[in-house]
Design a protein around this ligand. Sequence first.
Ligand code: NAP
Ligand code: ZN
Length: 349
Amino acid sequence: MPTVKARAVFGLNQPFQATTIERRDVDPKDVLIEIKYAGICHSDIHHVKGEWQDENYPLVPGHEIAGTVTEVGSEVTKHKVGDRVGVGCMVNSCGECENCLKGEEQYCLKGMVGTYASVDKYGDNKPTYGGYSTHVVVTEDFVLKIPEGIELDVAAPLLCAGITLFSPLRHWGAGPGKKVAIVGLGGLGHMGVKLAHAMGADVTVLSRSLNKKEDGLKLGADRYYATEDPETFETLAKSLDLIINTVSANVDVDGLLGLLKLDGTLVNVGAPPEPLSVKAFSLIGNRRSFAGSVIGGIRQTQEMLDFCAEHGLGAEIEVISADQIDEAYERVVSGDVRYRFVIDSATLA
Ligand code: NAP
Ligand code: ZN
């Protein structure tokens, strides 16, 4: 079993420490990836802060992985040594249920296997450790190809932030003639603006303040409003087809629903630990929908990567060393990130 370097936390509210973890031997269907970059998603922070569940330790987060293939198992057909590849939020699923067969492995009826903080119940039954590490072994079906034309550092965040926005934008038909708003201009949100703009939609950003307005317009937004300004909710009332909320904290769901046209949809992708509340009248008056969405299937993740290559899209990033993870977490929580921190895996060595 290969022993590889990683950064982990060993308890609630503990700082990251350099450590080693065991990766499994490369099975016939496995791919060994040398990780070059790993993005920091707010979900990593929810896990480390114990905001979602009781965690097992060591906890090695990271589900925005980009790297190169260094070994393949004897039965691998999709990838070869030297390929530029990515791994997102899941590393396995049952492969047999209705949802897996539809290519929606993230909704596997028996439960998908998370890239970290999970147990590979369809594989070796061992805990999974994420991308804050030098190498990872993943079954070939859950490994994505990163097209030429996207650098690995700006590709890494596409594996979670990118697909989490691409999937609902496609599902709810973002495109020409559709008015789409993205709530929260962080890691997910900034990808939402780029993707919705590239799909041809009219894009509005709803951020807490106007501090990032210039950036938002450069990323492709047509309009930019502050949610701290009550006038925003009057100006935009009943004007939008689709709103995607990416905020990591509680939001005024009723306020956002009021911005939707007849038959409009508010899709929640943010995952705050506390419940969101909604008034019946916010929905029934205009036949509105309040929906949710989690990442996207493997096939659609590849489609998203190819779409990004075709449109010249990548994440806006700040590359950090492994020693800066704790500091980066603080900066994400305080909103001081433009727009994704990415760990240079060479600094783990
Ligand atoms: P992020 O980079 O921290 O961005 C979140 C944005 O939300 C911030 O930039 C900020 O935007 C806004 N925000 C933060 N705190 C707020 C508060 N207290 N009130 C109002 N707005 C606030 O986080 P992320 O990585 O994009 O992740 C966002 C959320 O999505 C997290 O909860 C994460 O766990 C979840 N997530 C879900 C999925 C899924 O599949 N559904 C996938 C990945 C992540 P402004 O400064 O512009 O207001
Ligand atoms: Zn994520």
